[in-house]
Design a protein. Structure first.
Lengths: 341, 341
DNA sequence: ATGAAAGCGCTAACAC
DNA sequence: GTGTTAGCGCTTTCAT
């Protein structure tokens, strides 16, 4: 690989001039600059990132802290990663995929001590996550996909649950439904204070209230079987429910089976919405489900961009909320009068 | 961050001794070594990877070349990445997620010119992929997940299509089926010479022949609608088919709808297998489909390990084939006598 | 506007 | 077994 000195020799100038010309660090005569650029092109010169980083203390590498795949892990998480990698790449940065082990704080301490990364991108941020605090204290730049309970003035990109719930409720209310039920993520996930589970539950209740339609929640099925069961309980307790929003896609499988088992049909007898699941998953169902698709790639992109802005010292920390996209499928329709339980 | 010199001062030795003690590069007296280790621990010393890499020409960073998400992109690709990242991490390496743009070769030239990575991990390798050749010529270490038509003596980990097909055929033949049909990936994917599409088609035909059961292929539905259609055509032309293996999960959705539309049931009237789709996707179906689940994370792991072995100069290039795992669901059963078309 | 030279933190000869 | 020293390729003063 040719180096700065080779370019300097070929262009008949000093290395520092080449460095300046290529980085725009200081004024260089137009003619000189052209000579240098040509020499660099001819030699196929590529700056050595290690040497540059060693000197400048900036590697232009970002780390994406990747949690150990939990169940229910899927496209969404992957899209965070690819979105972030793309945005980083466009801005001249690289993305390191850093799997998180049992002790995330120790992992962070290790990773940031290496001098390898300029900043850290956190995903799967819990409401009481301790990582942000650690990073702040350590003086490491970071941004989050998701957010803690009280994120304060920190860079983050998260789903706009309020808008998402509003859109979902408006959709079913607009179809004429008067009573909506909500199935959250599994009990375990909810108990673990997983942000989306908590926030979606709050916002759906609020949106239903604001729209003036009846609302039931308190169901947290995490599997097909639990979904089936929850649906039976729901119908028994609230036979007048005509629309249902489900967070967990396995639970949705159970709901659909239960609906079919009682001879009901979707969407005639029940409007079914999948919340926070990708359209690709929704297409696996028959009929194709109406979905509130999370803007995963966009969040990944935003997270990376924010972090890079922070490193460049540009603006103050940003907080960005992006709503899910309502993708209307074949599972929503006006309620049918006189459905028999 | 404390550096080598700080440790040296605190332990009252020369920097080179510290380096040697910490890296085991040359013999160090036990007592000295202990002093050094203690000093390092007290200072929370972390080696600067950039400095080390600049000097040693080895960064212990691997790049995973990540193709632009095509449709049908999902869990599998993500598991390559996480598997590779985990394996790398366990062996003291880091994994850079490098999104590929329109010109993969140029991308590679750029990436490898930076001096940032020791080697490259290729995924989504096409039968006529030009990247391996480029990397070989450039003298860059690499390994592949998947393989070209004639990979030769190159490190790769791929699905064992022969074993997978054999297992699938054995499963349906064992249930008593006498005629199996095969739906490949979409026509486009097949035309693009996507390895799995080509190899699976060949091996299923071969396995059926070897097992002595009748076999039909030549269907390549890439969507639910195409799946429905293909199934209708299949039944019209081959009413005696009782088992079907499908590669594309959207096509499977169409097949299931078509089966239901004619009043048939799975598995009573048709045994349905999903090939190369994750068990998580198979669970989205009702009934839960029998699946041949690709060993994605394992392939990612193997790919990373092979590459690291290569970098360490240990063994000769390895070729590893891993069969899919047969996960038996509720969609396979013995054929029913006297099914009416 | 350009050049010379001093490191960034580490490894690896080479001496002793 | 341990110390001294010369770089790795780059950025960045400081001269000129």
């Amino acid at each position: 690989m040719s180096k700065l000195r080779d370019v300097a020799e070929r262009a008949q100038v000093a290395v520092s001039t080449v460095s300046a010309a290529l980085n725009g660090t200081r004024p260089v005569a137009a003619a000189t600059k052209r000579r240098i650029e040509q020499a660099a092109a001819e030699l196929g010169y590529r700056p050595n990132l290690l040497a540059r980083g060693l000197q400048s203390k900036r590697t232009r590498i970002l780390a994406l802290l990747f949690p150990a795949p939990r169940s229910g892990f899927g496209l969404t998480e992957m899209q965070f990663a690819t979105g972030a990698a793309e945005a980083a790449s466009e801005l001249g940065y690289h993305l390191l995929l850093s799997p998180e082990n049992a002790d995330p704080i120790e992992e962070l301490r290790h990773l940031t001590g290496l001098g390898l990364v300029d900043g850290v991108l956190l995903m799967e941020v819990g409401l009481d996550d301790e990582r942000p605090e650690f990073l702040s204290a350590a003086g490491v730049a970071f941004s989050m996909i998701g957010r803690t309970r009280e994120p304060g003035s920190i860079d983050y990109a998260d789903i706009d649950f309020a808008a998402t719930a509003r859109d979902a409720v408006a959709h079913v209310a607009g179809l004429g439904h008067r009573k909506l039920a909500f199935f959250n993520l599994s009990t375990d996930t909810y108990a673990a204070q997983y942000g989306p589970a908590i926030r979606a539950e709050i916002e759906f209740a609020g949106a239903a209230r604001a729209a003036g339609i009846d609302y039931v929640d308190d169901f947290r099925p995490g599997s097909a079987e639990e979904g089936r069961q929850a649906f039976e309980e729901l119908v028994a307790a609230h036979p007048d429910v005509t629309a249902l929003a489900v967070m967990d896609d396995h639970a949705a499988v159970g709901v659909i089976a239960a609906v079919a088992a009682r001879g009901w049909r979707i969407p005639e007898d029940l409007t079914l919405l999948l919340v926070l699941s990708s359209a690709r998953v929704a297409e696996m169902f028959h009929p194709r489900l109406t979905t509130l698709e999370p803007p995963s790639a966009e969040l990944g992109r935003l997270g990376a961009r924010m972090l890079i802005d922070r490193l460049r010292g540009d603006a103050p920390p940003q907080q960005r909320l992006v709503p899910c996209r309502l993708v209307i499928g074949d599972s929503s329709a006006p309620p049918r009068e006189g459905r028999t339980v």
